[in-house]
Design a protein around this ligand. Structure first.
Ligand code: ZN
Length: 208
């Protein structure tokens, strides 16, 4: 019995040590805002397009993402993943601050999945990347001219510029950058968010 009790103690200590690590890396499922029937239909249609768009992309997710905001280093990003937000929400991404109009380039290769706008995100672009991951670029000042849904992108493709559209209008201009794991039709969440910060790498200076 003594041995069993000791085992349980060790297990308890191990669990308390490892749990915070597990909690930090597990996906965050944010409640989605209520949309009009037309917008909800558009989301469902876009989600239905994911498998065919993913066919041209590798099945293994990118292990590293390039800093999407030009001129910002990863070390300059203050970690706000999972921070409390009004209305009981959590911050399911990272905010990358830069001057309005700073170019935002794709952090990965992929395909533009959706371009749109919403009350919370302002003007935004979603890119579908390898492994079914979706990359969300929000609060844009503007979307790059000519960018269209279905277009293939590389890490040098301009998606838009940093701004304060949507709920960012009371804060300095920044990019809200979020990563959503592969959509699982059987899962409880359409947008399971992953922390982008551990995956981000500095973007080499552009030669041109
Ligand atoms: Zn944000």
């Amino acid at each position: 019995m003594l041995t069993l009790a000791r085992c349980l103690l060790v297990l308890a200590a191990f669990t308390s040590l490892t749990f915070p690590v597990l909690a930090a890396s597990s996906p965050l499922c944010q409640p989605e805002p209520k949309e009009s029937p037309a917008k909800e239909r558009a989301w469902n249609e876009a989600i239905a397009r994911l498998p065919s768009l993913a066919r041209s992309l590798p099945s293994r997710p990118d292990a590293a993402l390039l800093m999407p905001v030009e001129g910002v280093r990863v070390a300059q990003v203050a970690n706000t993943w999972n921070a409390a937000r009004p209305g009981g929400l959590r911050h399911a991404g990272q905010d990358i601050f830069a001057r309005r109009g700073t170019p935002v380039r794709s952090a990965t290769r992929g395909v533009v999945w959706r371009i749109g706008s919403s009350e919370r995100g302002g003007r935004w672009v979603y890119v579908l990347g390898a492994g079914g991951r979706r990359y969300y670029y929000a609060h844009l000042d503007g979307v790059a001219a000519g960018l269209r849904e279905g277009q293939a992108v590389t890490t040098s493709t301009l998606l838009g510029t940093v701004g304060d559209s949507g709920e960012a209008e009371t804060t300095p201009p920044h990019l809200h950058f979020a990563v959503f794991d592969r959509y699982d039709p059987a899962g409880p969440c359409r947008f399971p968010a992953l922390d982008p910060l551990p995956l981000l790498r500095d973007r080499p200076a552009r030669a041109d």
